[in-house]
Design a protein around this ligand. Structure first.
Ligand code: ADP
Ligand code: MG
Length: 683
């Protein structure tokens, strides 16, 4: 491409851009309207606008810190520009009477409306032209200025018209037409250069047909990739697990409880798969606390009983350690040692674990992703169990499949997730997996009672903790979700723990947060599990998987800030034993409509699938949806929940392509998933 030297090419490759076509699929995060000058009198706080005005006054003030204030006016009103970082030259350039044009976010300040650190330039007799289209803002581009990236993309868009353009529309045009969506070219032109009359709100919500067209294509590419992964997996050889040592039945028999019917059904599915000479790729989906781990352990016993190896991978060290302890307890009676492989394990212990795993002496290894890093070598890995799969995307799954491979044999894969998603979503997001659902909780659980209480009544809540502890119960206190940084989150948790310890003499208070060294975290969790700590103050690190049946009270601060799925996951930490549990959601007024609806939903139901459904309903346009939240896949434009209505057509279009346009599939996968090389083999 014209003007792209090696340094820029390298920076672009960090964004995944190695060809002209890749540039077009670097999609804007949001848009700004720099197409017209807004009159100052009509400004609305929270909007980002271009304004022009004449400087009335520029002065340095010291309100807490030194800053430059500049007041401008355009005859319709006044606006303050506020700078915390500025040079003398800048100050001089803003002399009274100077006309400037600036751009930035309007907000309420102490002297009326203001913009902090606007972009600005002097207006001369020949003012610079305004933008003709909305301005796309791309995600942070490490060393490539937005303006540079925009210029490159504009250049790439022009090449769309050249006859040999590599950017082909791989979806048959009648499919696109029947969906009422634009062609690929139209869609790309629109999203990179929306006309000035485009509605920013619709674009921000990702609901413009141009965006939906791209979302459809992305979902299709992912769906096809997953189907092909499954197809590929199913053609590879794996060890059929016969459990000749009969360990699985021994393990199940040694449990202090019978399996629930749903657990037995899931285990039957798993056993049927494991006896095959093709790899199992199965997802066990079930609400928090339904007992997925026990089913996974039975599968592990079966692999070990066949003389082969198992790796159980958890998303965090905390969870890995918890699984490790459970497995040790369960498998000690069967004479099976367990190895723990994660960052917190001391080097020497780790080395001897690696040796024992490489020699095949250890059959069951539990750990984090460290299990599959360099230096790990299994003698004969027959089964990989992944806990809480929502942290693992397509790419990770592919890698796992490859890493586990040995002598042409592929490991069976068992994936556990507590992310309850509706069936149509599951069919797309998990197209590569067979699914077993555990839709029943172990008996004797009393449903968790959820109450929503304003922050002002915090004292009454604290009193409840004393009560619970006096009855020999334990409690969690979950600190607010502070987005800014893990550091602030951890600091807030530390302060809360100190304050609660002071307010509650006689109650032993512990603390876990993300910035503690793993050994400390472990120590606190263990002490809590052993009942040496009564009240555990935590950040949302305890969200997944922690299991302490004696804790019956959970307090969540600033619950209004949390998503439904997250609240549900958190709440799942209590109600794991037989006594009645309560979850107290503290909120700070005023509540937004959405927050009110969310709190109502979480109070009304304990059913994960129902919560997922309400979550889907509540997420209206304008709200930033993370696939990170649902965590189903790493998608660029599409959002599985928002675009759920497209999924049936994604599925039938996938069938159509597989049947009639097989050559288009690899091209789509390269474009959206970036896994080209793998499709040669599948064809
Ligand atoms: P999750 O599905 O959230 O991973 P776990 O496997 O951690 O759930 O199980 C939650 C708790 O329920 C554990 O304490 C476990 O020992 C217990 N449990 C599992 N299955 C049963 C059962 N069939 N009957 C009684 N308790 C069970
Ligand atoms: Mg679990």
């Amino acid at each position: 491409m014209r003007g792209v030297g090696s340094a820029l090419a390298e920076r672009l490759s960090k964004l995944g851009v190695t060809q002209v076509q890749d540039l077009l699929f670097v999609l804007p995060l949001r848009y700004e309207d720099r197409t017209h000058v807004e009159s100052i009198g009509a400004l609305i706080p929270g909007t980002r606008v271009v304004v022009e005005g004449e400087v009335q006054l520029t002065e340095i003030t010291f309100r807490r810190r030194r800053q430059l204030l500049c007041r401008i006016s355009d005859g319709s009103g006044f606006l303050t520009l506020r700078f915390f970082y500025f040079s003398a030259a800048q100050q001089n350039g803003l002399a009274r009477g100077t006309r400037i044009r600036c751009f930035g976010e309007v907000r309420r300040g102490p002297f009326g409306l203001e913009i902090v650190h606007p972009e600005y330039r002097r207006v001369t007799d020949e003012p610079a032209p305004l933008e003709e289209t909305l301005t796309p803002i791309y995600s942070s581009t490490e060393g490539i200025a937005q303006s540079r990236l925009r210029a490159l993309i504009t250049q790439a868009l022009q090449e769309l018209d050249s006859p040999g353009s590599a950017v082909r529309d791989w979806i048959p045009s009648d499919v696109v037409k029947s969906l009422g969506l634009p062609s690929l070219k139209e869609a790309l032109e629109y999203v990179h250069h929306p006309p000035r009359e485009a509605e920013i709100a619709v674009l921000a919500a990702g609901r413009h047909p141009a965006q939906r067209r791209l979302a459809f294509e992305e979902l299709l590419a992912h769906h096809l990739s997953l189907k092909l992964i499954k197809h590929e997996a199913k053609t590879e050889p794996a060890w059929p697990l016969d459990d000749r040592e009969n360990l699985a039945p021994q393990f199940v028999g040694s449990l202090p409880f019978p399996l629930t019917n749903a657990q037995s059904r899931a285990l039957r599915d798993v056993n049927a798969d494991l006896s095959m000479s093709r790899p199992m790729v199965r997802l066990i989906q079930g609400d928090v606390g339904c007992g997925k781990t026990v089913v996974a352990a039975a599968a592990a016993a079966r692999a070990a009983g066949s003389g082969l190896q198992v790796a159980l991978m958890a998303p965090t060290e905390l969870l890995a350690e918890q699984h490790f302890r459970n497995f040790q307890e369960w498998f000690r009676p069967l004479g099976l040692p367990i190895a723990l492989v994660c960052g917190s394990v001391a080097a020497r212990t780790r080395r001897s674990a690696l040796e024992a795993i490489a020699s095949g002496e250890i059959r069951i290894a539990v750990g984090t992703h460290a299990l599959f890093q360099e230096g790990m070598d299994f003698k004969h890995l027959a089964l990989v169990i992944v806990d809480e799969q929502h942290r693992f995307g397509v790419q990770q799954r592919l890698r796992l499949q490859e890493k586990g491979q040995k002598n042409g044999r592929f490991p069976h894969q068992l994936i556990m997730t507590a992310t309850p998603i509706p069936r149509t979503l599951a069919m797309t997001a998990y197209a590569d997996l067979d699914i077993s659902v555990i839709d029943e909780l172990p008996p004797g659980r009393t449903p968790v009672k959820t109450v929503v209480i304003p922050e002002q009544k915090r004292d009454a809540v604290v009193a409840r903790i004393v009560e619970a502890c006096r009855e020999g119960r334990q409690a969690y206190w979950v600190c607010p979700l502070i987005e800014e940084s893990e550091e602030l989150r951890s600091q807030a948790a530390e302060e809360t723990a100190a304050a609660l310890a002071e307010a509650l003499p006689g109650v032993r208070v512990g603390l876990v947060h993300g910035r503690m060294p793993p050994a400390k975290k472990d120590e606190a969790m263990l002490a809590f599990k052993d009942g040496k700590i009564h009240l555990l103050v935590a950040t949302t690190v305890i969200e997944v998987g922690v299991d302490v049946p004696n804790s019956t009270l959970m307090v969540v601060e600033n619950a209004e800030r949390m998503g439904l799925a997250q609240l549900h996951q958190l709440r799942g930490r209590v109600g794991r034993g037989t006594s009645a549990s309560t979850c107290v959601l503290l909120y700070r007024a005023p509540l937004s409509q959405l927050a009110r609806e969310r709190l109502k939903a979480i109070r009304e139901t304990n059913d994960g699938f129902e919560i997922a459904r309400r979550d889907l309903e509540l997420r209206g346009p304008g709200e930033l949806l993370g696939t990170r939240q649902t965590g189903l896949a790493q998608l660029r434009v599409a959002d599985l929940l928002r675009d759920a209505d497209l999924l049936p057509r994604v599925q039938d279009t996938a069938e159509l392509l597989l049947a009639s346009y097989p050559d288009n599939i690899a091209a789509l996968a390269v474009r959206w998933v970036g896994t080209a090389e793998r499709y040669g083999r599948v064809g």
